[in-house]
Design a protein around this ligand. Structure first.
Ligand code: C2E
Ligand code: CA
Ligand code: CA
Ligand code: CA
Length: 268
């Protein structure tokens, strides 16, 4: 049948293909995956300074029938090269809004800087919220910077429109991107997410500890929140608290998991 025909392509390892053929392969498979319901959202809890659950981050997963679970790091950068990133973003937002009530907390969705370049991004985002009956103050948008985020007029207008409606805006992977410090000047936002790479060696790297403390100082001056991601040890958590981070996320506190698994865990 038709379905099997598409899947036959998977029989050879796409990593063996050249870059361009690999890209086209993922792109075609992802277009089909969006139609065939192969994507899923996992949710990772985020805690405040009193270790109260404050929100969840939505992280997309692709369950390929042949290749198994494919990580977003493998397909998001390819999606960003075409309109696929907009389709993926729409799917993620619909799914997250539909899950809002069952999650019981605000939800953070990852938005690629590529999506922010579209003139109608904020309007389409608002349309989805209206369709789902989701309140804007339950949404956080994490701007990820796999492609350079430009403080252009369209990007700024989109972010301003989101914030004006009550959506919180976070700068993701702060410190790891192309021009993090420039964003402090170019954009108004609510949250800084410190990149995991600064958290990883916090116990034994004095420079990383100094950088984290400096980011927290800047955030305090700007009156924005700081979320630390990738918290894996009690030592890291303690150091991040003392540096002045206001919220925490990582395997120590909770792994990303499907909503269904979370409900079972909560009920148990
Ligand atoms: P991110 O936004 O920085 O998300 C955090 C990543 O770190 C996630 O990887 C998460 O599973 C992982 N993580 C969480 N806690 C820990 C920890 O304690 N230790 C370690 N080692 N890792 C931890 P994941 O889910 O593979 O996502 C990778 C990236 O893909 C994300 O990085 C984000 O940039 C992108 N992404 C994920 N979902 C979406 C989406 O729906 N849309 C877009 N545009 N990008 C997405
Ligand atoms: Ca994120
Ligand atoms: Ca990221
Ligand atoms: Ca990160």
């Amino acid at each position: 049948g038709k379905k099997a025909g598409r899947r036959q392509v998977v029989a050879f390892d796409p990593d063996m293909l050249g870059d361009e053929r690999h890209r086209r392969f993922i792109e075609r498979e992802l277009r089909a995956a969006l139609l065939m319901d192969e994507l899923e959202l996992y949710y990772q809890p985020v805690f405040d300074g009193q270790m109260r659950l404050r929100s969840h981050e939505a992280l997309v997963r692709w369950r390929h029938p042949v290749r198994g679970t494919i990580s977003p790091a493998q397909f998001v950068p390819i999606a960003e090269e075409s309109d696929l990133i907009d389709k993926l973003g729409d799917w993620v937002l619909h799914r997250a809004c539909a899950d809002l009530d069952r999650l019981g907390t605000p939800v953070a969705v990852n938005i690629s800087a590529a999506q922010l370049r579209r003139g109608d991004f904020a309007r389409r985002f608002a349309d989805v919220l209206a369709e789902c009956g989701a309140a804007a103050d339950r949404l956080i948008v994490e701007i990820t910077e796999t492609v350079p985020l430009v403080a252009g007029a369209i990007e700024q207008a989109n972010l301003e429109a989101l914030r004006a409606s009550g959506i919180k805006v976070a700068i993701d992977d702060f410190g790891a991107g192309h021009a993090s410090l420039q964003y402090l000047r170019g954009f108004a936002f609510d949250i800084i997410k410190i990149d995991r790479s600064y958290v990883a060696n916090l116990g034994d790297n004095r420079i990383d500890a100094m950088i984290v403390a400096a980011i927290c100082d800047i955030a305090r001056s700007l009156d924005v929140e700081v979320i630390a991601e990738g918290v894996e040890t009690e030592i890291q958590l303690d150091l991040l608290r003392r540096a002045g981070c206001s919220a925490f996320q990582g395997y120590l506190l909770g792994r990303p998991s499907p909503l269904a698994a979370r409900q079972v865990a909560n009920a148990a």
